[in-house]
Every structure is written in structure tokens, then in C-alpha cells.
Design a protein around this ligand. Structure first.
Ligand SMILES: *Cc1c(COP(=O)(O)O)cnc(C)c1O
Length: 379
């Protein structure tokens, strides 16, 4: 077969079984009236149980969770929020929604997560919060971030959108921030189509979040007596039913993700000049996306590699770009950059490519992608 005859390999694919379909149908038939929130409540209890925290609230997406976290923490104009230069824009855009100043710092070369030393160097009297992102299933150094947050009296927010099922020192992703968010977008580790969750152990923050996500209604309000102008961030019962079915299968899904990474690692680990997702000793990485970073800072960039893979009928994604280099932030004066002249994040942002990591991946497909990658990079 020539390349043109081969079916294209998508970069992401969910795992949807009859169980998801059955529960979604059940919710569509039943989740109305007094029982309209029953599926959400079950999904929330499963998520809180998995993470090991007291409270969870289902949301339309993770972006709304980060927005709520900032508002619940009372962050607004004049405040600074430190986060990584290299992440999906959803991690940092909500800082601007609340009128605060995003402060961008460098990431570490191995875990691709916030550099704690860079965070500490960027703290000013205006700093109010740190947003740590567990990138591509990797985990931040939460011990050091917690220590910094506590010493400076800062709110610690965990963007675990890409890390459901990962652990750091034996605790689940999502357990480290004062508040943490997950995403259930169709490409994520589990999906509800679109969807998100915010989790916290703090009862007062949770009460605040519950009110903020329902137009400022007091708890149990049935008379539309709003206390304040707030937001409407709810997940539908049908989405929650999908989430329940996905959570029932979480252990199996994480095992599949780790198997897919293992297949890639067996084929690619022997080559110099590339790096794959890290898994330091204290971490179990759920490998949301298997990611390769060619180490030559002058070599072909991520877009060239993607084009080469695409010619071999393989879809991929570029590593997130440095947010401060995007048009969205370049011209903005209401953000701050605490970055060295040559940020370490530049190499990943320039060269990194996410390889097909969906639940459709078989060992044979990983073989095909790995072969194409080795050829494309001339390894
Ligand atoms: C997907 C993602 C989000 C946003 O999730 P949505 O559900 O699309 O709002 C936030 N942060 C990171 C790191 C993500 O990958």
C-alpha cells in the first residue's frame, strides 16, 4: 500500500461504549423535574472521590472552572496571577476575564510544567495566585508550589485539565490546588462532549462557587432572589450521564493511555535527539498526549514535522506555543513577562509535537506512527 491508501490516524479519539450511550439515553428520558440534577450529583461524587477531596461541581468546561476559581478567590483588577508561558490559552485567559494581570514565567525542561524558582522570582506585593498546569499528563512540583504559595499567602489553582488519572507522591491530580479544574472536551482523557469540573476541599470556597455559577442565587433559592450579578456555568444531565459512564471505566482508560505511551517509548526511547513525556519518580503520568520534542533548537520546527507526518497520513498537534509570542498577548500591556532572554520553554514550544494518542491506537498503529516519525526526523 502507498501512503495515500492508508487510513489517516487521528491525533485524538475518545472511548465511547454502549454504556455511555445507554446512560446518556437514560438521562435524556429521566433527568427532568426534581431529578434533573441526579446524574450531575453522581458524577460530582465520583470525581470528588477519585481526587480525594470533599467537593466537586460540574461545569460547561474547564475554562469556566478557572474563571470561577479566580472570582471565588476574590481576584480582580490590580492583582497579579502567575502562570506558565507555555500552556493552552484557556489556562491563563480567565485571568484577563476578571481584569487581573497575567504574569508569564518559564517552564521546566523535563516536566514541561511551571518552574517553581521562576514563580518565586516573579512574586510582587500584588501577586495573589499561582496557576499550575499539569501539562499533557505531567505533574507540577506541587510540594514546592504549595510551599511558595503558603509562604507568600497566595491562592494555588491547579489546572488539571490534561491530567485526570495522574498522581504526584501518590495523590491524584486535582488534589493539590486550593481549587482544581478538569476538562471533558472530546479530546481529553474522559469526555462529556464539552464539560468540566472544579474540585476543592474548602467548604467556604465551594459555597462561593455554587452561588457564582448559578447567577448569584442563595443556596436552595426557589424564588429567583439573586444576591448578586454572577454567572451561569452548569453542565446538563445528559453530559453528566456520559461522565458517569466514563468514570466507571477510568482505571481501564488510564491503563490504555499508559499502554499507548509504553508502545511509543519502546520504539522511540533508544534514539538520541528527542525527548518524550517525563515521569519523575514521584509521578504516575496518565499520558494524556504522547509528545515528542526534537532537541535541536535549529532543526526543523514542529510545523515542518507535522507536515512530514501528515504526508504519511498521520494527524498530530503542535506543542502549545509560548503564549507571550501569540498575537493574543504580544501587544497587550496588561500582562507581565518574567522570562529569561532564552526561555527553556522555547525549545518545546518550537519543536514539540503531540502524536496520535487516542483510544483507537493499537500497537500496529503506534508502529506506523513511530516509523514515520523516525523517517521524518532522519533518526
Ligand atoms: C483543554 C484545556 C483547558 C480548557 O478546557 P475546556 O474544557 O476546553 O474549557 C484548560 N487548560 C488546559 C491545559 C487544557 O488542555
Amino acid at each position: 500500500m502507498t501512503t495515500e491508501d492508508l487510513p489517516r490516524i487521528p491525533v485524538a479519539a475518545p472511548s465511547i461504549t454502549e454504556r455511555e450511550g445507554d446512560l446518556a439515553r437514560e438521562a435524556a428520558m429521566n433527568a427532568w423535574g426534581p431529578g434533573h440534577y441526579a446524574y450531575n450529583a453522581r458524577f460530582e461524587a465520583m470525581m470528588a472521590g477519585h481526587v480525594g477531596v470533599a467537593h466537586a461541581a460540574s461545569l460547561p468546561h474547564a475554562t469556566s472552572g478557572l474563571h470561577l476559581a479566580l472570582v471565588a478567590a476574590g481576584i480582580g483588577p490590580g492583582d497579579e496571577v502567575i502562570g506558565p508561558d507555555v500552556t493552552w490559552i484557556a489556562s491563563m485567559a480567565p485571568v484577563s476575564y476578571v481584569g487581573a494581570t497575567p504574569v508569564f514565567v518559564d517552564i521546566l525542561p523535563d516536566t514541561w510544567c511551571l518552574d517553581p524558582a521562576a514563580v518565586e522570582a516573579a512574586i510582587t506585593p500584588r501577586t495573589r495566585a499561582i496557576i499550575g498546569v499539569d501539562l499533557y499528563g505531567s505533574m507540577c512540583d506541587w510540594t514546592r508550589l504549595r510551599d511558595i504559595a503558603d509562604r507568600h499567602g497566595l491562592v494555588l489553582i491547579e489546572d488539571a485539565a490534561e491530567a485526570l488519572g495522574s498522581t504526584f507522591q501518590g495523590r491524584a491530580a486535582g488534589a493539590f490546588g486550593d481549587m482544581a479544574v478538569f476538562s471533558f472536551h472530546g479530546s481529553k482523557t474522559i469526555t462529556t462532549g464539552e464539560g468540566g469540573m472544579i474540585v476543592t476541599d474548602d467548604a467556604a470556597l465551594f459555597a462561593r462557587i455554587q452561588k457564582l455559577r448559578d447567577h448569584g442565587r442563595p443556596p436552595g433559592d426557589r424564588f429567583f432572589q439573586n444576591d448578586e450579578v454572577a454567572f451561569k456555568y452548569k453542565m446538563s444531565g445528559v453530559q453528566a450521564a456520559l461522565g458517569i459512564a466514563q468514570m466507571e471505566r477510568l482505571d481501564d482508560l488510564i491503563a490504555q493511555k499508559r499502554q499507548i505511551f509504553q508502545w511509543y517509548a519502546e520504539r522511540l526511547a533508544g534514539f538520541d535527539g528527542i525527548a518524550l513525556n517525563a515521569q519523575p519518580q514521584s509521578v504516575c503520568n496518565s499520558y494524556w498526549m504522547v509528545t515528542v520534542v526534537p532537541q535541536d533548537p535549529e532543526g526543523p520546527d514542529k510545523f515542518a514535522l507535522q507536515a512530514a507526518l501528515s504526508e504519511q497520513a498521520i494527524d498530530s498537534r503542535p506543542f502549545f506555543s509560548r503564549l507571550t509570542t501569540l498575537k493574543a498577548y504580544r501587544g497587550r500591556t496588561d500582562c507581565a513577562r518574567f522570562l529569561p532572554e532564552h526561555p527553556r520553554g522555547e525549545l518545546m514550544a518550537r519543536n514539540g509535537v503531540n502524536l496520535p494518542s487516542g483510544y483507537n491506537m493499537t500497537e500496529a498503529l503506534v508502529d506506523r506512527v513511530s516509523g514515520a516519525l523516525i523517517r521524518s526526523l532522519g533518526l
